[in-house]
Design a protein around this ligand. Structure first.
Ligand code: DGL
Length: 262
Protein backbone atom coordinates (compact mmCIF):
# COMPACT_ATOMS: atom_id res chain seq x y z
CA UNK A 1 0.00 0.00 0.00
CA UNK A 2 1.11 3.51 -0.85
CA UNK A 3 0.30 6.18 1.72
CA UNK A 4 0.52 9.86 0.78
CA UNK A 5 1.28 12.23 3.65
CA UNK A 6 0.84 15.96 3.03
CA UNK A 7 1.80 19.13 4.86
CA UNK A 8 2.94 22.68 4.11
CA UNK A 9 6.42 21.71 5.29
CA UNK A 10 8.14 19.24 7.57
CA UNK A 11 5.44 19.03 10.27
CA UNK A 12 3.84 16.04 8.56
CA UNK A 13 7.00 14.09 9.33
CA UNK A 14 5.85 13.87 12.97
CA UNK A 15 2.79 12.03 11.62
CA UNK A 16 4.83 9.99 9.12
CA UNK A 17 7.00 8.72 12.02
CA UNK A 18 3.91 7.50 13.94
CA UNK A 19 2.33 5.82 10.90
CA UNK A 20 5.58 4.22 9.78
CA UNK A 21 6.09 2.73 13.25
CA UNK A 22 2.73 0.96 12.83
CA UNK A 23 3.01 0.17 9.11
CA UNK A 24 6.71 -0.31 8.30
CA UNK A 25 5.84 -2.37 5.21
CA UNK A 26 3.95 0.43 3.42
CA UNK A 27 5.35 2.68 0.71
CA UNK A 28 5.35 6.37 1.67
CA UNK A 29 4.94 9.44 -0.53
CA UNK A 30 5.63 12.63 1.41
CA UNK A 31 4.42 15.83 -0.25
CA UNK A 32 4.94 19.35 1.07
CA UNK A 33 3.83 22.70 -0.31
CA UNK A 34 6.85 24.79 0.61
CA UNK A 35 5.93 27.18 -2.23
CA UNK A 36 3.14 28.49 0.01
CA UNK A 37 4.69 27.84 3.44
CA UNK A 38 3.62 28.80 6.08
CA UNK A 39 -0.05 27.89 5.75
CA UNK A 40 -1.11 29.48 9.06
CA UNK A 41 -1.75 32.89 7.54
CA UNK A 42 -3.24 31.96 4.14
CA UNK A 43 -6.89 32.57 3.20
CA UNK A 44 -9.01 29.37 3.16
CA UNK A 45 -9.79 29.59 -0.59
CA UNK A 46 -6.08 29.62 -1.54
CA UNK A 47 -5.46 26.66 0.75
CA UNK A 48 -8.29 24.65 -0.75
CA UNK A 49 -7.26 25.36 -4.35
CA UNK A 50 -3.60 24.51 -3.82
CA UNK A 51 -4.08 21.42 -1.66
CA UNK A 52 -6.76 19.87 -3.91
CA UNK A 53 -4.63 20.44 -7.05
CA UNK A 54 -1.41 19.06 -5.48
CA UNK A 55 -3.03 15.98 -3.96
CA UNK A 56 -5.00 15.09 -7.10
CA UNK A 57 -1.81 15.33 -9.15
CA UNK A 58 0.22 13.07 -6.82
CA UNK A 59 -2.58 10.55 -6.29
CA UNK A 60 -2.75 10.07 -10.04
CA UNK A 61 1.03 9.89 -10.44
CA UNK A 62 1.80 7.50 -7.57
CA UNK A 63 -1.06 4.98 -7.39
CA UNK A 64 -1.96 6.11 -3.86
CA UNK A 65 -4.25 4.04 -1.59
CA UNK A 66 -4.82 6.54 1.20
CA UNK A 67 -4.16 10.25 1.80
CA UNK A 68 -3.27 11.80 5.15
CA UNK A 69 -3.60 15.57 5.41
CA UNK A 70 -0.98 15.84 8.16
CA UNK A 71 -1.66 19.52 8.66
CA UNK A 72 -4.21 20.90 11.09
CA UNK A 73 -4.42 24.21 9.26
CA UNK A 74 -5.31 22.54 5.95
CA UNK A 75 -7.59 19.99 7.62
CA UNK A 76 -9.78 22.79 9.02
CA UNK A 77 -10.93 23.64 5.45
CA UNK A 78 -9.86 21.16 2.76
CA UNK A 79 -11.28 17.82 3.87
CA UNK A 80 -14.82 18.11 2.39
CA UNK A 81 -13.73 19.43 -1.07
CA UNK A 82 -10.89 16.92 -1.27
CA UNK A 83 -13.07 13.95 -0.33
CA UNK A 84 -15.53 15.02 -3.01
CA UNK A 85 -12.81 14.69 -5.66
CA UNK A 86 -11.16 11.44 -4.57
CA UNK A 87 -12.41 7.89 -4.33
CA UNK A 88 -9.75 6.76 -1.79
CA UNK A 89 -9.87 7.46 1.98
CA UNK A 90 -8.66 10.87 3.18
CA UNK A 91 -7.64 11.17 6.83
CA UNK A 92 -7.30 14.62 8.41
CA UNK A 93 -5.79 15.86 11.67
CA UNK A 94 -7.93 17.23 14.44
CA UNK A 95 -6.42 19.01 17.48
CA UNK A 96 -6.73 16.60 20.43
CA UNK A 97 -9.29 18.77 22.27
CA UNK A 98 -11.47 15.85 23.36
CA UNK A 99 -8.78 13.82 25.22
CA UNK A 100 -7.24 16.98 26.70
CA UNK A 101 -10.58 18.22 28.04
CA UNK A 102 -11.48 14.88 29.56
CA UNK A 103 -8.04 14.52 31.23
CA UNK A 104 -7.93 18.04 32.67
CA UNK A 105 -8.15 18.26 36.46
CA UNK A 106 -7.92 22.05 36.71
CA UNK A 107 -10.46 22.66 33.94
CA UNK A 108 -8.07 24.86 31.95
CA UNK A 109 -6.41 23.50 28.80
CA UNK A 110 -4.08 25.09 26.26
CA UNK A 111 -4.30 24.97 22.47
CA UNK A 112 -1.07 25.75 20.66
CA UNK A 113 -1.58 25.89 16.89
CA UNK A 114 -1.22 28.21 13.90
CA UNK A 115 -3.05 31.58 13.87
CA UNK A 116 -5.50 30.08 11.34
CA UNK A 117 -6.27 26.92 13.32
CA UNK A 118 -6.91 28.74 16.61
CA UNK A 119 -9.42 31.06 14.98
CA UNK A 120 -11.32 28.77 12.54
CA UNK A 121 -15.00 27.85 13.12
CA UNK A 122 -13.88 24.19 12.90
CA UNK A 123 -11.93 24.67 16.15
CA UNK A 124 -14.79 26.57 17.82
CA UNK A 125 -17.06 23.65 17.03
CA UNK A 126 -14.64 21.10 18.50
CA UNK A 127 -14.35 23.18 21.66
CA UNK A 128 -18.09 23.53 22.07
CA UNK A 129 -18.62 19.80 21.43
CA UNK A 130 -15.87 18.41 23.64
CA UNK A 131 -14.58 21.09 26.01
CA UNK A 132 -17.62 23.08 27.10
CA UNK A 133 -16.72 22.45 30.74
CA UNK A 134 -13.18 23.81 30.29
CA UNK A 135 -11.53 27.12 29.73
CA UNK A 136 -9.43 26.87 26.56
CA UNK A 137 -6.41 29.19 26.26
CA UNK A 138 -5.51 29.55 22.57
CA UNK A 139 -2.12 30.65 21.26
CA UNK A 140 -1.51 30.88 17.50
CA UNK A 141 2.14 31.08 16.46
CA UNK A 142 3.72 31.05 13.02
CA UNK A 143 7.12 31.71 14.55
CA UNK A 144 7.00 28.34 16.31
CA UNK A 145 6.38 26.63 12.96
CA UNK A 146 9.53 28.28 11.60
CA UNK A 147 11.52 27.31 14.70
CA UNK A 148 10.50 23.67 14.18
CA UNK A 149 11.62 23.75 10.53
CA UNK A 150 14.92 25.40 11.52
CA UNK A 151 15.56 22.64 14.06
CA UNK A 152 15.47 20.04 11.29
CA UNK A 153 18.02 22.12 9.38
CA UNK A 154 20.36 22.00 12.37
CA UNK A 155 19.50 25.36 13.99
CA UNK A 156 18.75 24.82 17.70
CA UNK A 157 15.43 26.17 19.03
CA UNK A 158 15.87 29.48 20.92
CA UNK A 159 14.54 28.51 24.35
CA UNK A 160 14.06 32.12 25.53
CA UNK A 161 11.80 32.87 22.58
CA UNK A 162 9.97 29.59 23.11
CA UNK A 163 9.34 30.51 26.76
CA UNK A 164 7.88 33.83 25.64
CA UNK A 165 5.50 32.15 23.15
CA UNK A 166 4.40 29.59 25.77
CA UNK A 167 4.10 32.10 28.64
CA UNK A 168 0.25 32.28 28.59
CA UNK A 169 0.16 28.56 29.48
CA UNK A 170 2.67 28.63 32.36
CA UNK A 171 1.04 27.83 35.67
CA UNK A 172 -2.41 27.99 34.05
CA UNK A 173 -3.05 24.69 32.23
CA UNK A 174 -2.52 21.02 33.04
CA UNK A 175 -3.00 19.83 29.42
CA UNK A 176 -1.41 21.38 26.36
CA UNK A 177 -2.64 20.38 22.90
CA UNK A 178 -0.12 20.57 20.08
CA UNK A 179 -2.61 21.54 17.36
CA UNK A 180 -0.01 21.85 14.61
CA UNK A 181 1.94 18.89 13.29
CA UNK A 182 5.18 20.89 13.39
CA UNK A 183 5.06 21.17 17.16
CA UNK A 184 5.74 17.52 18.16
CA UNK A 185 9.11 18.09 16.45
CA UNK A 186 9.77 20.53 19.35
CA UNK A 187 8.26 18.35 22.08
CA UNK A 188 11.45 18.13 24.16
CA UNK A 189 12.02 21.87 24.06
CA UNK A 190 8.34 22.63 24.84
CA UNK A 191 8.38 20.25 27.83
CA UNK A 192 11.67 21.73 29.06
CA UNK A 193 10.27 25.26 28.91
CA UNK A 194 6.96 24.41 30.62
CA UNK A 195 8.80 22.57 33.43
CA UNK A 196 5.73 21.85 35.59
CA UNK A 197 3.53 18.82 35.25
CA UNK A 198 1.76 19.71 32.02
CA UNK A 199 0.71 16.81 29.77
CA UNK A 200 1.62 17.64 26.19
CA UNK A 201 -0.77 15.94 23.77
CA UNK A 202 -0.65 15.57 20.00
CA UNK A 203 -2.74 13.68 17.45
CA UNK A 204 -0.03 11.53 15.83
CA UNK A 205 -0.92 8.21 17.49
CA UNK A 206 -4.67 8.72 16.88
CA UNK A 207 -4.03 9.34 13.16
CA UNK A 208 -1.85 6.24 12.93
CA UNK A 209 -4.66 4.19 14.55
CA UNK A 210 -7.16 5.55 12.05
CA UNK A 211 -4.88 4.76 9.09
CA UNK A 212 -4.26 1.22 10.36
CA UNK A 213 -7.99 0.58 10.76
CA UNK A 214 -8.84 1.97 7.30
CA UNK A 215 -6.19 -0.20 5.64
CA UNK A 216 -7.04 -3.36 7.55
CA UNK A 217 -7.70 -6.15 5.09
CA UNK A 218 -6.11 -4.37 2.12
CA UNK A 219 -3.88 -6.48 -0.05
CA UNK A 220 -0.24 -5.94 0.65
CA UNK A 221 1.55 -4.59 -2.43
CA UNK A 222 5.28 -4.96 -2.77
CA UNK A 223 7.03 -2.11 -0.95
CA UNK A 224 8.26 0.59 -3.34
CA UNK A 225 10.74 3.44 -2.82
CA UNK A 226 9.59 6.18 -0.46
CA UNK A 227 9.49 9.46 -2.39
CA UNK A 228 9.33 13.11 -1.40
CA UNK A 229 7.81 15.90 -3.50
CA UNK A 230 7.71 19.65 -2.93
CA UNK A 231 6.48 22.70 -4.82
CA UNK A 232 9.62 24.87 -4.69
CA UNK A 233 13.36 24.12 -4.90
CA UNK A 234 15.17 26.62 -2.69
CA UNK A 235 18.08 26.62 -0.26
CA UNK A 236 15.82 25.87 2.73
CA UNK A 237 14.71 22.76 0.93
CA UNK A 238 18.28 21.71 0.18
CA UNK A 239 19.15 22.08 3.88
CA UNK A 240 16.57 19.40 4.72
CA UNK A 241 18.17 16.62 2.69
CA UNK A 242 20.13 15.07 5.52
CA UNK A 243 17.13 15.02 7.88
CA UNK A 244 14.99 13.40 5.16
CA UNK A 245 17.70 10.83 4.58
CA UNK A 246 17.71 9.96 8.30
CA UNK A 247 13.96 9.32 7.94
CA UNK A 248 14.56 6.88 5.05
CA UNK A 249 13.12 9.42 2.61
CA UNK A 250 14.51 10.60 -0.71
CA UNK A 251 15.64 14.12 -1.62
CA UNK A 252 12.58 16.18 -2.66
CA UNK A 253 11.60 16.35 -6.33
CA UNK A 254 9.74 19.46 -7.48
CA UNK A 255 6.22 18.86 -8.79
CA UNK A 256 5.67 20.64 -12.09
CA UNK A 257 2.17 21.96 -11.71
CA UNK A 258 0.65 25.42 -12.18
CA UNK A 259 -0.79 26.40 -8.82
CA UNK A 260 -2.82 29.39 -7.65
CA UNK A 261 -0.53 32.02 -6.07
CA UNK A 262 -0.13 31.98 -2.30
N1 DGL B 1 1.96 21.76 10.03
C1 DGL B 1 0.87 22.60 9.81
C2 DGL B 1 -0.28 22.44 10.76
O1 DGL B 1 -0.45 21.38 11.31
C3 DGL B 1 1.03 23.93 9.13
C4 DGL B 1 1.99 24.93 9.66
C5 DGL B 1 2.05 26.14 8.75
O2 DGL B 1 2.37 25.98 7.57
O3 DGL B 1 1.75 27.26 9.22
O4 DGL B 1 -1.08 23.31 10.93
Amino acid sequence: MNILIFDSGMGGLSVYQEIKRRLPQATYTYVFDNGAFPYGELPPSTLVDRVVAIIKDRVAARDIDLVVIACNTASTVVLPPLREQLSIPVVGVVPAIKPAASASKVGVIGLLATPATVSRPYTDELISRFAEHCKVLRVGSTRLVEIAEDKLRGIPAPLGELAQILSPFKGAVDQLILGCTHFPLLREEICAVLEEAVSVIDSGAAIANRVVSLLEGSTLKEQGAHQVYCTLADKNCLALHSYLEQQALSAPQVISLTLPDA
